[in-house]
Design a protein around this ligand. Sequence first.
Ligand SMILES: [Ca+2]
Ligand SMILES: [Ca+2]
Ligand SMILES: [Ca+2]
Length: 312
Amino acid sequence: MIYPPMQEDSGKFVIRMIKDDEVVQQITPWLPDGVEDSRLISMDAVAFPDYDMDGDTDMILIYTIEGGRVIDILDGYNLKNLSWQSDFEHNLDLANALMQRTEEELNMANVKKFLGYKGKGEKFSSWQEAYCFIARLENIQESRYQYNLIYFDEDEVPELVVDLPGYRAIIYTYADGHLYRLMDGWGYGVLGNNGYQYLPSGNKMFNRDYDYAGAIYFDTIIRMNSDHRLEDVVTIFTVNFDDKNGDGYPEEDEEQTIGEVSTSYIDGRAISEEEYASYFADAEETEWISGEYGYEELLGKLAVDQTKPAVD
Ligand SMILES: [Ca+2]
Ligand SMILES: [Ca+2]
Ligand SMILES: [Ca+2]
């Protein structure tokens, strides 16, 4: 059950979700810039639609504060049938967009309509429709996103890449009327992570993460399982120097050996060069996962842009 919002001493208010007398979630509703100190007047509506149709239940709050009416969208993560076990994250980009776009009547029906929510249990009729739906929501949140359609696994349905070039990547797949978020804004481009490569139609992704300026690195090979989730196939830890004391860190007297010797491990077991190479036999055929074009061009490729009907 959800208790009415509670005003704390600070004047801030929180929402607590209670199950069996235990607080399982505490959420501090969002207050827009400039009205952060506003007090709550009324909680007007609470709904739990999976508005972005990714399989995880989300939350929409509408409330009135001294500064006016506010919409708060909270994305749920791994929340299956409201088990209350997972977290919600404020989606401020979407909330801000809603605050600007809907006028006078900020009610739940209008919010759902703006989000394009199809309703509980509804399905998409095609991957094109599903990707059009989710790309619209992504584009509202970040206009710099670049898109791509790639064939990650072996089937005929491409995966949708949503990429903030050099920063983070999202990937969606589609099956049987449903969207699945494979990668959820995985970061790259900093801290020794160059990005993600995949074997086209091979259901195989490669990522290498360097540390200590390349003295060690982790190779992770990832695949999509039958639940449409990514899972690690193997992680290989490579020490690229003579690690005399075996702590995985290049001490001063070991630093000079960087690049001279290298040993790879799987679960702590040293592996041969041949075994290491066997995991990368098809690495030559990989491509980078990256956005290649903007939102409008994506719509054209999905042939859903009504002003430019597909011709062939
Ligand atoms: Ca969701
Ligand atoms: Ca596919
Ligand atoms: Ca060492």
